[in-house]
Design a protein around this ligand. Structure first.
Ligand code: PMP
Length: 388
């Protein structure tokens, strides 16, 4: 007898990402300025591209070790130690993955038994909750408070913990809010995590892009490295989204389990991208600093512009997003974004796609040229003026 659907129930239950709908709409229009995409507008630094070419010329076209080139793992381990004060053995505590995205998926699949809960703090990157579901777990959502700059409060974590809680996912600097958790804030969160014997999946992909103070890794706090899976990658800071290269570091047992899944499903991250990443870590520091300075300048422009047009916008400490409130306009996030696109040709992402607590906000990526940003701010201001 024919089944009603061939699809697995977990997959069938997932909603398509709310971001896509706006990209599809925008791609059919002319003269659109997109503040929608979460990726650098810079091309990957040339020395990185050249190193990758060169590796191909030299015939490095085969698989690497499952966990990635040992040389690259050594370089990642040095980089993490120097910049974030965390120490990992490149032989068994590090894995090179297909973007931070795969590292998140591996981490969840390595630790979750069916029905175990993972706390997801929203507004969050859209893939966290679906990735928990796909790994057989149950996402438990904590909505953060805009008045607390969307920072999770330790007591909210306490309240969300049940006897099924296995882990919490954290992201600082955050996508979509740009919020950076301070050392003192992380220490309070770490205390709850230790008290309840939980794991942390700490997404630190924007760690290089922290403008006002250095981003702190929760893994560097006392007693936390043994319960943290640190996720990062090359997409954002090194402008390498299309290279699909990320990594995870953490306790030996968990990293070995992740490597086992990786070995059966992916084999290894792309070899030529790994050679590029090696160069990025060895000689890419100046390029990162230049891009960072440029983002900082753009952030300042955009935050000022939103506040001047009467949309409250906190000054985010990192990543390349602002998350202004559109509550004063009386529109929902969806209809603000839709009307703005139709009337003024600016694409932004409605805050509610990042979780319920994002309703009343929009996410704008400022990883686009100052000229485009300037023009988009004029258009948004005109749109908001007309709503009055
Ligand atoms: N984590 C966060 C918070 C992100 O914003 C993104 C990309 N938008 C990723 C992970 C995925 O990064 P990658 O390209 O390395 O898979």
């Amino acid at each position: 007898m024919k089944q009603t659907s061939y699809l697995a129930k977990t997959v069938d239950s997932l909603k398509p990402s709310g971001i896509r709908r706006f990209f599809d709409l925008a791609s059919k229009m002319d003269n659109v300025i997109s503040l929608g995409v979460g990726e650098p507008d810079f091309v990957t630094p040339w020395n990185v591209i050249e190193a990758s070419y060169h590796s191909l010329e030299q015939g490095y076209t085969a698989y690497t070790a499952n966990a990635g080139l040992l040389e690259l793992r050594v370089e990642i381990s040095k980089y993490l130690e120097q910049n974030f004060n965390v120490s990992y053995n490149p032989e068994n505590q590090l894995i090179v993955t297909v973007g931070a995205s795969q590292a998140i998926d591996l981490a969840l699949r390595a630790i979750l038994n069916p029905g175990e809960e993972v706390i997801v703090v929203t507004p969050s990157f859209v893939s966290y909750a679906p990735s928990v579901t796909l790994a057989g777990g149950a996402p438990v959502i904590i909505d953060t408070d805009p008045d607390n700059e969307f920072k999770v409060r330790p007591e909210q974590i306490e309240q969300a913990i049940t006897d099924k809680t296995k882990a919490i996912m954290l992201c600082s600097p955050n996508n979509p809010t740009g919020t950076v958790l301070s050392k003192a804030e992380l220490e309070k969160i770490a205390a709850v995590i230790k008290k309840h014997d939980l794991l942390v999946i700490s997404d630190e992909i924007y760690a290089e892009l922290a403008y006002d103070e250095r981003a702190i890794s929760i893994a560097s706090l006392p007693g936390m490295s043994e319960r943290t899976i640190l996720i990062s990658g090359f997409s954002k800071a090194f402008a390498m989204t299309g290279w699909r290269l990320g990594y995870a570091a953490g306790p030996v047992e968990i990293l070995q389990a992740m490597t086992k899944i990786h070995q059966y499903t992916i084999m290894c991250a792309p070899t030529m991208a790994q050679h590029g990443a090696l160069e990025a870590l060895r000689n890419g520091g100046n390029s990162v600093q230049k891009m960072k300075m440029s983002y900082q300048q753009r952030r300042n422009l955009v935050v000022k512009a939103f506040n001047e047009m009467g949309l409250d916008c906190h000054n985010p400490g990192g990543a390349f997003y602002v998350f202004p409130s559109i509550k004063k306009t009386g529109l929902s996030s969806e209809s603000f974004a839709e009307q703005l696109l139709q009337k003024e040709r600016v694409a932004v992402v409605p805050g509610n796609v990042f979780g319920q607590s994002g309703e009343g906000y929009i996410r704008c990526s400022y990883a686009t040229s100052l000229k485009q940003l300037d023009e988009s701010m004029k258009r948004i201001s005109k749109f908001v003026e007309k709503l009055k």
